[in-house]
Design a protein. Structure first.
Lengths: 101, 171, 118
C-alpha cells in the first residue's frame, strides 16, 4: 500500500553519492559546499525515515542538531570563502594549496 | 503502484536530477537554484513521511536561511572561476570508481537489514509529538546538554564568521 | 491526513500556474506596437553602465549570517514553546540560558558594527 523503506534508503544513498561526487570532482569551492549540504540532507532523510519507522525521539532530535551544525558550518565556511576570495580573487580549490595569506 | 508511490517516484526523480545538475552545471548561480530544488524535494519526502514539523524546519532553515546564505556567497564571489577552465579534477576516473563502490556498499549494507522491503511506517497522523520533543530537549535526563551546546556552537559560529568576513579598516 | 497535504498541493499548483497564465494572457491580449523608445530597457531613466552583476559589499553577507543564526535559534526554541505548559521552572531557566548565550552573540555583532547598514 504505502511506500517501502527501501525507496527512502536508496534515494538517500544516491543523493549521498552524488554529493560525494560533487565534493571530490569539482574544483569550485562553492559547488563543493552545495554538495556537502546535499550530503547532510541525505543523512537527515535516513534519520527521519528511521525515526518515523521505530517511533523513537532520538532520531528526530539528532536531525535537529545536524541542522544546527550544518547552519553553523555554512556560516563559517562561506565567510572563509568570502575572505579567501577577497585576498586571492579565486575560489579554485587547487589554488588553495598554500595556507599563507 | 499506489498513488503515494507515484508521488514519491516523481519527487525522487526530480530531486536526483536536480542533484546531478548541482554537481554538473558550470554556472554557480544555477547550481544554487538547483540546490534549492533538491532541498524542496527533500521537504516533500519529509511530508510523505508525515513528519510535518521537520518538513517545515527543512523549509525554514535550509531553503529560507542556508540557501540564501549560499546565494549571497555566490554573488560575493562573482567571476571567481571562468566557466571555460576545466572544472573537474584530474583523477576523475578514480573518483567514479570509488563512489560507485561506496554506493554498492551502502545499498548492500542496507539490504541486509530485515526491514528493507517492509512498507515504511510514517509518523502518527497529525505529525510528530511536539510536546514530547520539547520536553525531551530540556529534560535534564534527556538532551539538555546538547541543547545548550547547540547555542554555544551558534555563538562560536557567529563570532568566527563575523570576525572573518568583516571588512578590515583601511590602514 | 492525506487530504491536508492535498490542499497544500493544490495551492502549490495554483501558485505555480497563476503567473504563467497572467503573463501568457497579457502577451496574447495586449496590443503590440513596438518602437525604439519602448523597447529600451528603462523607458525613463538612464541605461546602466558596465555589467549587471557587480560585486556587492560583504556587509550584506553578514546580515544574512546573523539571520541564519537567529533562524536556527527560533526553530530550536519552538518545541520548547509548544511544551511550555508541561514544563517546570528549571526548563524555563534552561531556555533563558540558551537565549542569553545567543544574546552575547548579538552583542558581539552589534559591537563589531555588523548591524550597521552603511
Amino acid at each position: 500500500m504505502g511506500i517501502p523503506v527501501s525507496y527512502y534508503l536508496v534515494l538517500s544513498a544516491i543523493m549521498f553519492v552524488i554529493g560525494i561526487l560533487g565534493v571530490l570532482l569539482r574544483r569550485n569551492a562553492l559547488v563543493t559546499f552545495m554538495s556537502l549540504e546535499m550530503m547532510f540532507n541525505a543523512a537527515n532523510l535516513i534519520f527521519v525515515t528511521f525515526a518515523a519507522y521505530y517511533r523513537v525521539l532520538t532520531g528526530q532530535i539528532f536531525v535537529f542538531f545536524v541542522m544546527t551544525v550544518a547552519a553553523a558550518e555554512v556560516a563559517v565556511g562561506l565567510a572563509l570563502m568570502v575572505a579567501i576570495f577577497r585576498t586571492k580573487h579565486s575560489i579554485d580549490l587547487d589554488q588553495m594549496s598554500s595556507l599563507k595569506g | 503502484m499506489t498513488i503515494m508511490q507515484i508521488i514519491f517516484l516523481i519527487t525522487a526523480s526530480v530531486t536526483l536530477f536536480a542533484a546531478l545538475m548541482v554537481v554538473s552545471t558550470r554556472k554557480m548561480m544555477h547550481a544554487a537554484m538547483w540546490l534549492i530544488l533538491v532541498l524542496f524535494g527533500v521537504t516533500i519526502t519529509f511530508a510523505l513521511l508525515e513528519t510535518r514539523f521537520f518538513a517545515i524546519v527543512q523549509l525554514v532553515i535550509y531553503i529560507g536561511a542556508i540557501a540564501i546564505l549560499i546565494i549571497f556567497a555566490v554573488m560575493l564571489t562573482r567571476r571567481s572561476m571562468n566557466a571555460d577552465v576545466p572544472q573537474v579534477n584530474r583523477n576523475w576516473w578514480l573518483v567514479m570508481v570509488s563512489s560507485l563502490a561506496l554506493f554498492v556498499g551502502l545499498v548492500t549494507v542496507m539490504s541486509v537489514w530485515e526491514g528493507f522491503f517492509v512498507t515504511a511506517r510514517t509518523a502518527p497522523p497529525g505529525g510528530e509529538n511536539l510536546v514530547q520533543l520539547g520536553t525531551a530537549l530540556v529534560d535534564p535526563n534527556g538532551f539538555v546538554l546538547p541543547f545548550e551546546v547547540a547555542s554555544l556552537v551558534l555563538l562560536a559560529a557567529m563570532v568566527g564568521a563575523i570576525y572573518v568576513a568583516a571588512e578590515r579598516k583601511e590602514k | 491526513m492525506l487530504s491536508d497535504w492535498l490542499y497544500v498541493g493544490i495551492f502549490l499548483v495554483i501558485a505555480t500556474f497563476l503567473p504563467f497564465v497572467a503573463i501568457t494572457l497579457a502577451g496574447i491580449l495586449g496590443p503590440k506596437k513596438p518602437n525604439r523608445l519602448k523597447s529600451t530597457i528603462y523607458e525613463c531613466g538612464i541605461e546602466t553602465v558596465g555589467e549587471t552583476w557587480v560585486q556587492f559589499r560583504a556587509q550584506y553577507y553578514i546580515f544574512a549570517l546573523v539571520f541564519v543564526v537567529f533562524d536556527v535559534e527560533t526553530v530550536l526554541l519552538y518545541p520548547w514553546a509548544v511544551a511550555y505548559n508541561q514544563l517546570g521552572l528549571f526548563a524555563v531557566a534552561e531556555a533563558v540560558l540558551f537565549v542569553l548565550i545567543l544574546f552575547a552573540a548579538l552583542v558581539y555583532a552589534w559591537r563589531k558594527g555588523a548591524l550597521r547598514w552603511f
